[in-house]
Design a protein around this ligand. Structure first.
Ligand code: ATP
Ligand code: MG
Length: 337
């Protein structure tokens, strides 16, 4: 049985830009799928198709058990959406915005008012609740938009880059809100460019690039694909690089990489902390003095680079390229720092 969100072979082109090139997804009920990818990967387009805002050229989508293409109105009643760009009414106050959403979802006036109050508190907007939204900062609008998406608690939620533009404290708070939502049984698809966010929130991660899902799995599974752990050593003096390399070569499962200017050596290993202790003993026995040593697990950034050949964060000017409809075949600027 397909999950709460299901997509098969979604294709969407805009002129000569292939935004979606056969996207398949399956999100079991009550879980979070993180759709992770750089600018222009096709994240928003996927969300727009699944939330009935955009008709795909090909493919199939089922949300909350309802066919998205055949019954879009029914799908809309079962989902909540927080888009990439906050959709609040500028001239209404925060409270009025939330109240209006409640009324649109057929809540009675009293229930809508109570719910608006709860959400304003929860998103730390109570002080600004009675000011028009046009006076809000970017982060406040973002929070108001997310609050609006939570007025009714739909069984399936979509959040497109929910924490972009939030400061660290608000990001942390939103993560907590999301975790509570999911604990309550909501199925969530969230898009993000933050690997840390996917790592923290998502049960399952789909990495998208050029309109395709190029890898799928839990964060641990994706990390394992990158080749596991590494030992990193910084030696005290440059003349100790060679003896340190000889020691590491004896333990490593691959090539020892050396960065001479930082006196850092890195080698892929298996065996975890026990092995690390052995490496330290052997370095000591060979008289190698070390400034730093550690076992490094691959980050999702490493995973992304190994899957796509580029980092998840792309150059600033790519936004413009994407907005202008850059063709996916053109090389994307790398910003691997
Ligand atoms: N309405 C449109 N008209 C033309 N091209 C579009 C349109 N919408 C999306 N595209 C193109 O489709 C591709 C995928 O865009 P999409 O917005 O889905 O990317 P994204 O992964 O959400 O990126 P970002 O991280 O920048 O939000 C891009 O190349 C974009 O330029
Ligand atoms: Mg987007």
């Amino acid at each position: 049985m397909p999950g709460a969100i299901y997509a098969e072979g979604l294709v969407k082109t805009f002129g000569n830009v292939t935004a979606l090139d056969g996207v398949d997804l399956d999100v079991p009920e009550g879980t979070v799928l993180g759709l992770l990818g750089p600018n222009g990967a096709g994240k928003t387009t996927t969300v727009r198709v699944l939330t009935t805002l955009l008709q795909p050229d090909r493919g199939k989508a089922v949300v909350a058990g309802i066919d998205v293409l055949k019954h879009p109105n029914e799908v809309r009643r079962s989902i909540g959406l927080s888009g990439q760009f906050a959709a609040v009414d500028e001239y209404l106050t925060g409270r009025e915005n939330l109240h209006m959403v409640g009324r649109l979802y057929q809540m009675n006036a009293k229930a809508a008012k109570v719910r608006a109050g709860e959400l304003l508190d929860r998103f730390h907007l109570a002080d600004a609740a009675d000011r028009p939204a046009k006076t809000y900062s970017g982060g406040m609008r973002r929070r108001l938009d997310l609050a609006a998406a939570l007025v009714v608690s739909p069984p399936v939620m979509f959040m497109d880059e929910p924490t972009t533009g939030l400061d660290p404290r608000n990001r942390q708070q939103l993560w907590e809100v999301i975790q509570e939502l999911v604990a309550g049984g909501t199925t969530l698809l969230l898009t993000t460019q933050y690997l840390e966010e996917a790592d923290r929130l998502a049960h399952d991660i789909a990495v998208v690039d050029h309109g395709k899902v190029i890898a799928r799995g839990s964060s641990d599974q994706l990390k394992a694909r990158t080749g596991g752990e590494r030992v990193e050593v910084v030696v005290h003096q440059a003349d100790q690089i060679t003896p340190a390399r000889d020691v590491l070569a004896g333990f490593g499962k691959g090539e020892v990489k050396i960065e001479t200017h930082t006196r850092q050596l890195t080698v892929p290993v298996t065996g975890g902390a026990k092995l690390l202790a052995e490496v330290i003993r052997e370095l000591d026995a060979q008289g190698v003095e070390i400034d730093d040593i550690g076992l490094r697990r691959p980050t999702l950034d490493d995973v992304f680079i190994s899957l796509t050949g580029h980092a998840a964060e792309t150059a600033k000017d790519e936004d413009t390229e994407a907005a202008e409809g850059r063709t996916p075949s053109k090389g994307r600027k790398e910003d691997t720092k």
